[in-house]
Design a protein around this ligand. Structure first.
Ligand code: FMN
Length: 199
């Protein structure tokens, strides 16, 4: 069983990273092979909106395939049993580099542009978990970015969103270390999901 974690904050070792580490440790405790990718370390060329071949045939992005890290990212996503995104709220949305990754993953499905029916979809039913952190007090600030994830992952790509989990009120890099209950929840959530996948 393979669990792939995308760390979606530019701050390594900070709140999202610590939360993701806890989740991955929980997955490992249930027997998973884990891998973490720092999204901000990736070379991701921006989608140029060509809007053509990647939407309607089974090619990787015809413009950028082979010239950045996205082909490799897609291979890793396809071979994973569970994918987890851990990201901060940035201006009320997921951070821009995470959005760039999501935009560039649109080539993993093809759509009949008349009927919108999927011709194929590499992401269909892939299990996914969304973890978020934000600074303001209150999880309501995570609603909009969560809705963005839910639309892209759940509705557009038909992935199987197993759960989502967030921690609010975190400004400085290590603030989440005080949230021992929440960190334990992330660990337990991963262990529970991975045990379920195994059985
Ligand atoms: C550019 C930027 C925009 C942010 N926008 C928001 C926001 O809209 N709402 C919020 O509650 N926190 C916001 N934050 C705070 C971060 O979401 C929060 O501190 C988070 O825990 C940072 O995660 P990290 O420690 O993993 O980098 C913002 C931070 C930055 C740097």
């Amino acid at each position: 069983m393979k669990v792939l974690g995308f760390m979606g904050s530019p701050r390594k070792g900070a709140n999202c990273d610590i939360l993701l580490e806890e989740f991955l440790a929980g997955a490992k405790s249930a027997g998973a092979d884990i891998e973490k990718i720092y999204v901000y370390d990736l070379k991701i060329n921006d989608c140029q909106g060509c809007y053509m071949n990647c939407f309607v045939d089974n090619s990787e992005c015809p413009r950028w395939s082979g010239s950045d890290d996205m082909d490799n990212v897609h291979e890793k996503m396809k071979s994973s049993d569970l994918i987890v995104f851990s990201s901060p709220v940035y201006c009320g949305t997921p951070p821009s580099k995470v959005m760039a990754l999501l935009e560039r993953t649109i080539d993993q499905k093809a759509v009949n542009m008349e009927t919108h029916a999927h011709l194929y979809n590499n992401m269909k039913e892939k299990r996914v978990v969304i973890l978020q952190t934000n600074a303001y007090q209150g999880l309501k600030y995570q609603d909009l970015p969560l809705a963005v994830y839910k639309y892209i992952l759940g509705e557009a790509w038909k992935m199987n969103i197993m759960d989502s989990f967030g921690v609010a009120g975190l400004k400085n890099a290590g603030d989440i270390k005080k949230c021992t209950e929440e960190l334990k929840k992330a660990y337990d959530l991963a262990a529970k999901i991975c045990s379920k996948i195994k059985s």
